[in-house]
Design a protein around this ligand. Structure first.
Ligand SMILES: [Cu+2]
Length: 308
């Protein structure tokens, strides 16, 4: 018990520091992790439960085959059974060992295909993000919001306390929770792969092609992933960080990131004064004085007067 505590204490303290420093939930690979990260999307929840179903089926098959082998080894060993049987066919056994595996495969195939289509068909999405892989960073575009930025790894010597080596980026991909997010991905050079384990998302980014996937994060927090296609010497140095926030916070972030509106076109003074009053107070005198000063010019001062 003390040994286990001794082993897990550094990890627990690391986890505590990390969570405190983020102040929110974070999902990332942990030392000695034996199973999946906590599912953050419906896709990953379904992958998780399908995996659990397979573990039971595979475990049952393994136990059955090992038990059968042990039974045969001991029951029909040479010392106990010196004259072996010579028959080579048994119709009943052959029917059983053909139909049972077929039934098992059908039991596996039905949820497998359901999950495959659930992952593959992108539902009606409320936000689209384009992720482009580069050697060796990601660039992102939010085409509908006109937001775009690059996302680079934070080098070891620039990491702040609590930030994770090789997983932290300078710019996070911010998304709202409980929103269908469509990710389209491509590459500017070689094949990369945009992957977040806790989302159940891994999609190849292929130059000259647009691949798509989707996710819907259920919990606010930070989610870490990495490029998952061998793309060159710095393949392990292009992480992905997705920050899931409330829809209100997402709108604030978009407002902060979105480019400022283009400046008003510079116009000639004649066009400006009557058409674009800066405020109602300023507009009134201009409107009042304009007809008096410009339109009705006094007749005596006109050049035609002396001729009369
Ligand atoms: Cu890559």
């Amino acid at each position: 018990m003390r040994g286990i505590l001794k082993k897990t204490l550094p990890f627990l303290s690391f986890l505590g520091v990390t969570l405190l420093s983020f102040g929110l939930f974070a999902d990332y690979p942990r030392p000695w992790e034996m199973t999946f990260q906590e599912p953050a999307t419906p896709v990953m929840e379904k992958i998780h439960s399908f995996h659990n179903l397979l573990i039971w089926i595979e475990g049952g098959i393994a136990i059955f085959v090992i038990s059968l082998l042990l039974y045969v080894i001991f029951k029909f060993r040479a010392s106990k059974n010196p004259v072996p049987a010579k028959f080579s066919h048994n119709t009943l056994i052959e029917i059983i060992w053909t139909t049972v595996p077929v039934i098992i495969l059908i039991v596996i195939a039905i949820p497998s295909f359901k999950l495959l289509y659930f992952m593959d068909v992108v539902p009606k999405s409320e936000l689209t993000i384009k992720a482009t892989g580069h050697q060796w960073y990601w660039s992102y575009e939010y085409p509908d919001q006109k937001v775009s930025f690059d996302s680079f790894l934070i080098e070891d010597d620039k990491l702040k306390p609590g930030q994770m080596r090789l997983l932290e980026t300078d710019n996070h991909v911010v998304v709202p929770v409980n929103t269908n997010v469509r990710v389209i991905t491509t590459s500017a050079d070689v094949i990369h792969s945009w992957a977040i384990p806790s989302f159940g998302v891994k999609r190849d980014s292929v130059p000259g092609r647009l691949n798509e996937t989707w996710f819907n994060v259920k919990k606010e927090g930070l989610y870490y992933g990495q490029c998952s296609e061998l793309c060159g010497t710095k393949h392990g140095f292009m992480p992905i960080v997705v920050e899931a926030v409330s829809p209100a916070k997402f709108q604030q972030w978009i407002a902060m990131k979105a480019p400022p509106p283009p400046p008003a076109p510079v116009a000639t003074p004649a066009a400006v004064t009557p058409s674009v009053p800066t405020s109602p107070v300023e507009a009134k005198p201009a409107a009042a004085t304009a007809p008096q000063t410009t339109v009705p010019t006094p007749a005596p001062s006109s050049p035609q007067e002396p001729k009369k």
